[in-house]
Ligand binder design. Sequence first.
Ligand code: ZN
Length: 198
Amino acid sequence: MQRVIPLTESIYPESFASAYGAQNPDHARRYPLVGELVKQPHQDVGLAIVALRPYQRGELVGNFMGEIRQDITQHSLQIEEGQHLLDPHFIGYLAHSCNPNLVLDMHGRRAFCIRDIAPGDALSMDYASTEDTLFHQFACHCGSPNCRLWVTGRNQMVNEEGQVYLRNHRLLQEHHHSANGAAAMVHGHGVVHQPPGA
Ligand SMILES: [Zn+2]
């Protein structure tokens, strides 16, 4: 049995929960707790949701909620075409990674851990896993071997800025290869980004 969490222990403020949480009255609530997650600046990604305790692969990190809107905003995530969930307390501030540690079930409003998470890690998702169209496309520095370098929505072409970015990145790589015999690109930590303006 899942414990039903009193909202006072949840990272969602009472006002937010009473406004939007009532949408699923029978939903067994398991909102992330104060003391489990915190929204704070993280390395160079801007504000991120950072784990305060470890999570294991497969674990339910928490249910989420938010305001359902028709328009895309900076921190909304798509439920389906024309439906976007705005949650400024939890999933709206997940970082993007091409090799994320969370996956979201947007219909069930659940966030699952898909890679072990240590305290201090920023929670991340792949934005293209939910978004047909991104509010802004952006360069990714997540450092994963499978990093796409430029992130778009799943139904989007790389825009003009992205094409220039990818071309320059390729030229830089070639330059490194010819200058050093091997690429000397230094990649950071597993997680990157926050959309611009966050
Ligand atoms: Zn990446």
